[in-house]
Design a binder for this molecule. Structure first.
Ligand code: APR
Length: 189
């Protein structure tokens, strides 16, 4: 199920909220700053423990890492790093799509049944909101469809009621502005 919410993602009592982080993964401005402020200093400590894959990089662009949510109402924070938008011809769409896919996969691997996304890369990283929203909606719909099919196959193969391993996943697009929410409403209508 997909929902649109307009507001501050740090207030959402969901299993996981997604953070639009940077590759260093130690906080920043925008939603990254808001999440770190609301989660408290333990989040910074938890991020510091995430191993660097190369000097100064804990989470490469397009990948995702999970930490507890600490003082947030959300149980987990899934940190993902969107692409810095140049002109759309340098792999930005593929990297942004990977952020959504990897965040959804990490959420389900950790038993989450609800996850909220901000509009990744559309702030400081400059991704055009409409183009980013199209990628977000496409990737989430594909993921949910795939998950439903896998549950159906499991049901047929096992001859049992839907396997508990695939409980429904609620996905929320949390838009900070009404403009952002309108873009998603149009895409999902
Ligand atoms: N709740 C929900 N959405 C928010 C919030 C919030 N509290 N604060 C900001 N946003 C929205 C912005 O309006 C924008 O639509 O999140 C979207 C992403 O914007 P940024 O936070 O600027 O993230 P991004 O464009 O991905 O740039 C990432 O910015 O904060 C730094 O450390 C971060 O270097 C990284 C870069």
């Amino acid at each position: 199920m997909i929902k649109i919410v307009q507001g501050d993602i740090t207030t959402l009592a969901v299993d996981a909220i997604v953070n639009a982080a940077n590759q260093v993964m130690l906080g920043g401005g925008g939603v990254d700053g808001a999440i770190h402020r609301a989660a408290g200093p333990e989040l910074y400590e938890a991020c510091l423990k995430v191993p660097e894959v190369r000097p100064g990089v804990r989470c490469p662009t397009g990948e995702a890492r999970i930490t507890p949510g600490f003082r947030l109402p959300a149980k987990f924070v899934i940190h993902t790093v969107g692409p810095v938008y140049r002109d759309g011809q340098h792999g930005e769409p593929e990297k942004l799509a990977a952020c959504y896919r990897n965040s959804l996969a990490l959420a389900t691997e950790n038993g989450c049944t609800s996850i909220a996304f901000p509009c990744i890369s559309t702030g400081i990283y400059g991704y055009p909101k409409e183009a980013a929203a199209q990628i977000a909606v496409r990737e989430v719909e594909n993921f949910l469809t795939q998950r439903f099919r896998e549950a159906e196959v499991a049901e047929v193969e096992s001859g049992r009621a839907r396997s508990p391993s695939a409980p429904p996943l609620e996905v929320i697009f949390c838009c900070f502005s009404s403009h952002g929410a309108t873009i998603y409403e149009k895409l999902l209508s």
